[in-house]
Each structure stands twice: as structure tokens, then as C-alpha cells.
Write a protein that binds this ligand. Structure first.
Ligand SMILES: Cc1cc2nc3c(=O)[nH]c(=O)nc-3n(C[C@H](O)[C@H](O)[C@H](O)COP(=O)(O)OP(=O)(O)OC[C@H]3O[C@@H](n4cnc5c(N)ncnc54)[C@H](O)[C@@H]3O)c2cc1C
Length: 465
């Protein structure tokens, strides 16, 4: 795997714009390159495209979209940009955050109006750090449905998606211009494809234990819940070509993956008033600061687990999302008629659990302050019957990546762009700053869809003739 120096190479075939990866970023990049008039092809290592996009909750932020305006949601881009910058404590790239927020509504309009993605505004609950209803979803509220819709849109434009096509090497000239790629087929045969522009849409390095150990050793051994085929190829090729990378220790975690099923709860289980206790039946954190940083808080408890406690009202809201339904149907979320049953299921001491529940109820009534700083007063106290799930913390996706300009052009160490290399989605540096606490819900798919669209458009426009 790497860069092969080549300037006058002939290829098996030539396609002006090549996209590596058929997730949300690759699909959006290919659609935009096609819309710009270029011939484009997607290369995907898996037999069936899925990526982390298919595992996701499928929630895509967009500011001032036509759908929001129609739904009466007043969400100018400044609000989304400020949410992104505030969540990352001013340690992300504010220019990129403002740019992506500013373009995000156009992306939603473009996908829904020109490419028939059946988006609507998600008005069920607000994610931590969201000051407005930024999220757009497809009817089932699932990433599986989102990637199916995107692939249908790609197919409707007759864009080729070549599957079982693992890109293993890039051919580049001495100036860093990529002239083609080499793919390895499952039977180990090699094929080469020449290109004039290359878009890296093959996500980050969550699937590479070696890169996790190098860049984020503190979470290298925890459960990785994203797509295992994301092996850091974009970053490694980029570095070899002289690209600069940033925030390589940054990641999105998640503090409520049901164990041992390994299906994640939706965060509505927390935002609507649910909370977490450890094995002793005691709360240990402000659960609603963000699901990413919650992963480490859960993992620091005994055996690295916690119990997420909900009631019927919370569970009803959360069940609107596919992964909650999956977890419930497979028995990962249990029903408890009363506190005694809750204690039986969790193994927590009844008196301690009762004290914890009473304490939270007092906080919802404003009679007590939460020692962890959470405001419980926005929702009613939980009441029997309850729902409870045993959860652990996990790594969802890496947030460091290639530095790119506002059109997704990959930048060298000196900030000049490489001649014809683009990156978006998880392949590019995210908007989360340097650590795990900076991830604003939805910024993953926003970087995939919006940066993918911008990179695809620019790559398409760069094709001569
Ligand atoms: C469980 C989970 C839930 C999430 N929920 C949300 C959410 O609700 N909202 C949100 O905004 N974000 C969410 N995210 C993050 C979001 O899924 C990602 O940010 C987004 O999917 C990244 O899109 P992508 O196109 O860059 O990568 P992917 O969707 O992972 O696509 C990359 C593709 O590249 C392919 N590939 C990799 N290397 C090669 C190679 N060498 N050759 C050929 N193909 C290759 C892979 O097989 C893959 O298909 C979630 C993530 C997880 C794991």
C-alpha cells in the first residue's frame, strides 16, 4: 500500500474523476462531480457498499434548509457554526466550521430537491450542544436507509460504483499529481485506472489498531463501532504525498453501546431525561454534556459499564430511531415494572437505587442541584415502569485527518494545495478540535455530505474538456 511514482504510465482504463469509498462522502462527491459535467467512478473495497454511514443514526445537520423554513425552524447558519465552535471550545478551525455550516443547508436542498433523498426535519429531540433543530433524517431515521437512498441517487445518474475494488496504491508524478490508482481484487488480481482528479472518501483510521495505538493509545483497545474497512488509507497516502494532517488524537466516542449486543442506544435516551448509574447504582457524570466524552466516563466505571435508565416516556421518544428499536427487539433494553425489578435486573442495591432516582426526581422539580451540573428541570421525573440497558463506551470514528481547503483540496505542510487531490468526510480533519469532547452530534455526516459535495464539484470543474 502506498504511492508509486509514475508519470508516463498507461492504465487499463481512464476515468476523469475517481472517488475512493462509497459512503455518504463518496456518493455526494460523485453526484456533485457528475452535476459539474465530469465523468466519475466510485471505487469501493466492499462487495456491498455500507461504510460507517450505514451504521450511523443517519442524522444530517443543515442550516437554513428549505425543509427547515417550511417546518418553521429558524436556523440561520451562524447558530450551527457557533454550536460547532462552542462544542469544540474554540479549538477547531472556525473558518471551516462557518463555511461548512453555511453550505450545509444548500447540501440538504441539493440532496432532497435534485437527488430525491427523502429528508425531513428531525423534530423529535435536540442533541446536546444543538441550539436549534439542525438535524435532517430519512423516514426510518437510520444510516442504512440513508446510504441506500444515496446509492439509489448515484445509480439514477448512471455513475459506476465498482465494488470489491480495494484501492491499494496511488500512482503520482514527482509534483504530487495523482495520475491513477491500483486496485486489488478479492482474487488478488491487480487493475489500474488513470484519473485527472482523485477524491479520498475512504474515511479515517478507526479500523486500524496500529494507527489507533500511534495516534490515540488511550482508546486503542476499546470497542470500535465503525466500519472496519476504514484503515487510514487516505491519511497514509496523503502523508506520503506531503500533505499535512491535524487533530490526529481526536475522535468521536459514544457512551451508550448496549453490551453484549453491541447496538447503540439513541441519545434521546438521555436528552429526554434518562440517566446513567454505575454498578453501585450511583450516578457518576453529567450525561448530557455529549455522547462522545461520555464514552470515557462510562469506561472509567467498574468493569467499564453503566446502566442507562429510562421510563416509558423516554423510551417512546427513543424508539422513533432504528437502533433503539433494534436494541429493544433483541432484548438489550429491559422492562422493569418498578424500582425493585430495576434493582433485580441491574444487581444494584435497592436502597441506593431508590436514593438515586429520588435525587434525580428532586432535581427535575428544582429542589436540588445536580453535583455534576446537569439541568434536569427541562423534563418530568422518571416514573414506573422503567426501561434499562447495560451499556459500555465505544469509539465511533476518528476525527483527525488531512488538512483541506474550503473546497476539499488536500493541503501540503506549507498550506499550498496538492495538484489534484481532494478529501472529505472522515478522511479530512473534522470539526471537533483535538480531543473527544469536541464532537457536535451530526458533524460527521455534515463533513461527509457537504465537504463531499464541495470537493466533488471542484474536482468536476477541474476536468479539462
Ligand atoms: C454507530 C455510528 C453512528 C453514527 N451516527 C451518526 C449520525 O447520526 N450523524 C452523523 O453526522 N454522524 C454519525 N456517525 C458518523 C458518520 O457515520 C461518519 O462521519 C460518516 O459516515 C463518514 O462518512 P464517510 O463517507 O467519510 O465514510 P464511510 O461511510 O465509512 O465510507 C467510507 C467507505 O470507504 C471504503 N474504503 C475504505 N478504504 C478503501 C480503499 N482503500 N479502497 C476502496 N474503498 C475503501 C469503505 O469500505 C467505506 O465504504 C456515526 C458513526 C457511527 C460509527
Amino acid at each position: 500500500m502506498g504511492i508509486i511514482e509514475a508519470s508516463n504510465k498507461t492504465f487499463d482504463i481512464n476515468v476523469p474523476v475517481l472517488v475512493i469509498g462509497a459512503g455518504a462522502c463518496g456518493c455526494c462527491a460523485a453526484l456533485a462531480a457528475h452535476d459539474a459535467g465530469a465523468e466519475v467512478m466510485i471505487l469501493e473495497r466492499d462487495e456491498t457498499p455500507s461504510g460507517s454511514t450505514s451504521l450511523s443514526g443517519g442524522q444530517v445537520p443543515g442550516a437554513a434548509s428549505h425543509l427547515q423554513i417550511k417546518a418553521g425552524v429558524n436556523d440561520p447558519p451562524d447558530i450551527l457554526a457557533n454550536d460547532l465552535i462552542k462544542k469544540a471550545k474554540n479549538q477547531n478551525d472556525p473558518e471551516m466550521a462557518r463555511h461548512i455550516a453555511g453550505e450545509s443547508g444548500t447540501t440538504i436542498n441539493w440532496l432532497s430537491e435534485q437527488h430525491n433523498i427523502p429528508f425531513s426535519v428531525q423534530n423529535i429531540f435536540l442533541y446536546p450542544g444543538h441550539s436549534e433543530q439542525h438535524m435532517h433524517v430519512t423516514p426510518e431515521l437510520s444510516g442504512g436507509e440513508l446510504i441506500t437512498c444515496l446509492l439509489n441517487a448515484v445509480s439514477a445518474k448512471d455513475i459506476d460504483v465498482v465494488v470489491s475494488a480495494h484501492v491499494t496504491d496511488l500512482f503520482a508524478d514527482a509534483d504530487g499529481r495523482v495520475v491513477g490508482v491500483q486496485i486489488t481484487r478479492p482474487d488478488q488480481t491487480l487493475e489500474t485506472i488513470g484519473c485527472q482528479a482523485l477524491i479520498l472518501a475512504c474515511n479515517g483510521y478507526g479500523g486500524s489498531p496500529e494507527m489507533l495505538e500511534r495516534y490515540m493509545p488511550e482508546v486503542a483497545k476499546i470497542h470500535y463501532h465503525g466500519h472496519v474497512g476504514n484503515q487510514g488509507d487516505a491519511v497514509n497516502w496523503g502523508i506520503e504525498l506531503g500533505a499535512s494532517v491535524s487533530d490526529m488524537g481526536s475522535y468521536q466516542g459514544f457512551g451508550a453501546v448496549v453490551t453484549p449486543l453491541m447496538i447503540h442506544l439513541t441519545w434521546a435516551s438521555i436528552t429526554e431525561g434518562g440517566f446513567q448509574v454505575n454498578k453501585d447504582g450511583v450516578r457518576f457524570s453529567h450525561e448530557n454534556q455529549g455522547y462522545s466524552e461520555q464514552a470515557r466516563k462510562v469506561l472509567s466505571q467498574e468493569d467499564g459499564i453503566a446502566w442507562t435508565i429510562m421510563d416509558q416516556r423516554v423510551q417512546d421518544v427513543a424508539m422513533r430511531l432504528q437502533t433503539q428499536r433494534d436494541a429493544f427487539e433483541l432484548g438489550g433494553i429491559k422492562h422493569a415494572e418498578n424500582i425493585q425489578e430495576l434493582a433485580d435486573i441491574t444487581g444494584c442495591d435497592l436502597d441506593t437505587l431508590t436514593t438515586t432516582l429520588n435525587g434525580v426526581a428532586a432535581m427535575t422539580r428544582g429542589e436540588e442541584d445536580d453535583p455534576f451540573g446537569r439541568d434536569f428541570s427541562t423534563h418530568p421525573a422518571l416514573s414506573a415502569p422503567y426501561y434499562v440497558a447495560k451499556v459500555t463506551g465505544a469509539l465511533f470514528h476518528t476525527q483527525g485527518g488531512l488538512d483541506v481547503d474550503l473546497n476539499g483540496r488536500v493541503l501540503r505542510e506549507d498550506s499550498t494545495p496538492l495538484p489534484n487531490l481532494f478529501a472529505g468526510g472522515g478522511a479530512a480533519r473534522g470539526l471537533s478540535g483535538p480531543s473527544d469532547w469536541g464532537y457536535l452530534s451530526g458533524s460527521g455526516l455534515m463533513m461527509a455530505t457537504t465537504l463531499g459535495r464541495l470537493a466533488g464539484r471542484k474536482a468536476g470543474e477541474s476536468i479539462e474538456g
